[in-house]
Design a protein. Structure first.
Length: 159
C-alpha cells in the first residue's frame, strides 16, 4: 500500500528562469510550495505556503493550473508518493526568504540536476509555441531518473 504526500507548488518564471527555494537544513532546491493542511483547497495551500516561504502574496485571480504530477517521493521509503499540483500566478510584495528557507535562486534548464528526483522540472524550452498557452508534457524517461523530474512544463522564454 502506498502513502500519498499531497502538495501544491508555485511555478514562477522571470527573465527566462524559474524560482526555486532550498528549505532550511536541505541540500537541494524545490519549487516553492508545500503540503496541504486538512480542509485546504489548492488555492488556499498555494497562498499560505508561498507567503510562509517567500513572504509575498500570490494574487488569487492570477492563479492558473500548470499541471499535476505524481512520483516516488525523494528521500522517502519506496511506496511513498508525492502528488504536486503546480500553479502559475502573479504576486505582490518583495521576494525574501523566511525562517523556513535557507536560500532562493532562479534556475534555468541547465540547473535541472539541482532539483531532486520526484519533483517536476518545469525547465524545458518549448519548440514552436511562440507564447502559446503553457501545458504539461511528459519528457523521455530514463531508467536512472524515473518520476516527476522527467515530466516537464514547456515554458516560453526559459533559458
Amino acid at each position: 500500500m502506498s502513502v500519498l504526500i499531497d502538495t501544491v507548488a508555485w511555478v514562477r518564471v522571470e527573465n527566462g528562469r524559474i524560482l526555486c527555494a532550498r528549505p532550511r537544513g536541505k541540500d537541494v532546491f524545490y519549487i516553492p510550495g508545500g503540503k496541504r493542511e486538512s480542509g485546504e483547497s489548492d488555492l488556499q495551500t498555494l497562498l499560505r505556503e508561498v507567503e510562509e516561504e517567500l513572504t509575498v502574496a500570490v494574487v488569487p485571480s492570477s492563479v492558473t493550473h500548470a499541471g499535476t504530477y505524481e512520483a516516488q517521493a525523494h528521500g522517502h521509503p519506496d511506496g511513498v508518493v508525492v502528488r504536486m499540483s503546480c500553479y502559475y500566478g502573479d504576486y505582490r510584495g518583495t521576494l525574501a526568504v523566511s525562517s523556513e528557507i535557507d536560500e532562493m535562486a532562479w534556475f534555468s534548464y541547465a540547473d535541472r540536476p539541482r532539483v531532486p528526483p520526484g519533483r517536476p522540472a518545469p525547465l524545458r524550452r518549448p519548440q514552436g509555441l511562440g507564447g502559446a498557452a503553457l501545458s504539461p508534457r511528459p519528457a523521455t524517461r530514463t531508467p536512472h531518473c524515473p518520476g516527476l523530474r522527467d515530466r516537464v512544463l514547456e515554458i516560453p522564454g526559459m533559458g
